[in-house]
Design a protein around this ligand. Structure first.
Ligand code: NDP
Length: 474
């Protein structure tokens, strides 16, 4: 369902009021879809499926390419809307919009790679394998990178010939709805892409429990992922789960400390710390900890916090009140119990222009005990713990000591150290001398409690295709 259709809906229906997390102002209002809206969207997607599935994958990819072109012409307007509903600074919102266009273009470029196999088998005749779409797919999206994650799920599903029903997060449905409209303007047949805004407990739960889906892809918190996985489990629908992380960044004694400190700042405070693969713990060799921490704190203290639509702002607010309150509670509890040392930040910034938003200072803490909550849960906000390690083995042990296994990075000038750490870290993605960047060309997903399945990369179409083997005797 498109944004315009939703506004045209019954005014007595329940609505989602999208508020600007920096100011509390109303950004937009859309009707809240529930179980009935999800069922209607799945039906409409089913109806649209036959015609779409018959098209050549290259034709389907071409529509995504045209969608990317339209999105690029509207980058500034889309970025402003994304900043208003999500809170991230305008330059980050632009990056995300351009990243979304990039993903559409990537799937256009690889659309020709969807084909079957043919095997002449002397004793059987000719065998071939057809790759068919799996049907109507579902996608449930979080609020932290709403547009990029939408593209990661929707593009491979559509190019593979499926239709898809998307449930965006309640706090960030607006940019997604607008982009879905642009994809329709690019030539996507009506019904093939459905966006149902609604709450997780109603629309999300209804989508997760739909037994006719060919595949469901969920990104969000590990706790929600477990609930979704249970609901899906009863239906037998295959599922991809992209869940939380507690990424470690290991800084070795031979690392370029200035580059590493800059990487930690970008990796932790980008998107106000609300990135699944953010640097959530820095583990630094004890011999260089003092120097590294000094540079890290200098850079952190230089970040300008404010309304993301203002020029010069480096970090916006958290997206919503529970997210900000959770960060306050966790940090206060750790520091008031004299568990650790506060090195910078550590509170809600002072000033009238911060009063209506969900702001929190970029914060660095050290000397936390091993069982600190800040080290053992996913901290989804701008708080960075620094931990010291005696050796590379010790650093890897600490890095692997959480239940998560999403991303990790190692900062060193020595290739052997980089390769040893990469092979020993429990993480779905390991960066060397960088952290965060993820082009659509590479597979992405987590280990352990960070999820199951992969998105993007050469296997991106696999969950969205089923194989049919045909054996022909002449
Ligand atoms: P949530 O798990 O709270 O929500 C994610 C989505 O699930 C939202 O659309 C939400 O709807 C919906 N939802 C909530 N409850 C249910 C339910 N019972 N059944 C079905 N759907 C439901 O995550 P956040 O939005 O808070 O996003 C942050 C989390 O996402 C972090 O843990 C982060 O690490 C993770 N993440 C993981 C990534 C990865 O690729 N591994 C990438 C990005 C984020 P509603 O908004 O209405 O609550």
């Amino acid at each position: 369902m498109r944004e315009e259709d939703m506004h045209a809906g019954d005014s007595s229906a329940e609505t989602i009021r999208v508020l600007n997390p920096a100011t509390g102002d109303l950004v937009g209002e859309v009707p809240a879809g529930g179980t009935a809206a999800v069922a209607a969207a799945v039906d409409a997607a089913e109806t649209a499926l036959a015609g779409w599935a018959k098209r050549d994958p290259r034709q389907r990819g071409k529509i995504l390419g045209e969608g990317a072109r339209i999105i690029r012409t509207q980058t500034d307007a889309l970025a402003a809307l994304l900043t208003a509903e999500q809170g991230k600074p305008l330059h980050e919102a632009r990056n995300e919009i351009l990243g979304c266009a990039n993903v559409l273009e990537y799937y256009h470029s690889v659309s020709g790679s969807i084909r079957g196999e043919c095997m002449p088998l002397s004793s059987y005749g000719l065998a071939y394998v057809l790759k068919e779409p799996v049907g109507v797919c579902g996608a449930i999206i979080p609020w932290n990178m709403p547009v990029l994650i939408f593209a990661w799920k929707v593009c491979p599903a559509l190019v593979a010939g499926n239709s898809i029903v998307v449930k965006p997060a309640s706090s960030t449905p607006l940019t997604t709805l607008r982009i879905a409209g642009m994809m329709e303007a690019a030539g996507l047949p009506q019904g093939v892409l459905q966006v149902v805004a609604g709450s997780g407990e109603t629309a999300g739960a209804a989508l997760a429990a739909t037994p006719s889906l060919g595949h469901l892809s969920f990104t969000g918190d590990t706790k929600t992922g477990v609930a979704v996985s249970r609901a899906v489990g009863h239906t037998g629908v295959p599922v991809t789960l992209e869940l939380g992380g507690s990424d470690a960044m290991i800084v070795c004694r031979d690392a370029d400390l200035h580059a590493a400190a800059a990487g930690a700042v970008a990796g932790r405070f980008y998107n106000c710390g609300q990135t699944c693969t953010a640097v959530k713990r820095v583990i630094v060799d004890a011999s260089v900890k003092e120097e590294f921490t000094r540079v890290l704190c200098e850079k952190t203290a230089g970040i300008v916090v404010g309304d993301g639509s203002r020029k010069g702002v480096g970090m916006g607010p958290l997206n919503n009140a529970p997210a900000r309150d959770g960060i306050c509670r966790m940090t206060d509890a750790c520091l008031s119990g004299s568990e650790g040392t506060l090195l910078c930040g550590g509170g809600v910034p002072d000033g009238a222009h911060y009063e209506k938003g969900f702001f929190y200072e970029p914060t660095v803490v050290a000397d936390l005990p091993d069982d600190s909550e800040l080290l053992n849960t996913e901290v989804f906000g701008p708080v960075l713990p620094v931990i010291s390690a005696d050796s590379l083995d010790d650093a890897i042990r600490i890095a692997n000591s959480t239940r998560y296994g999403l991303g990790a990075s190692v900062w060193t000038r020595d290739i052997k150290t980089a390769m040893t750490a990469s092979s020993q870290l429990d993480a779905g993605v390991v960066w060397v001398n960088q952290h965060l960047r993820l082009p659509p060309d590479v597979p992405f997903g987590g280990m352990k409690a960070s999820g199951t399945g992969r998105e993007n990369g050469s296997g991106a179409f696999e969950p969205y295709l089923r194989s049919k083997t045909v054996l022909v005797k002449a």
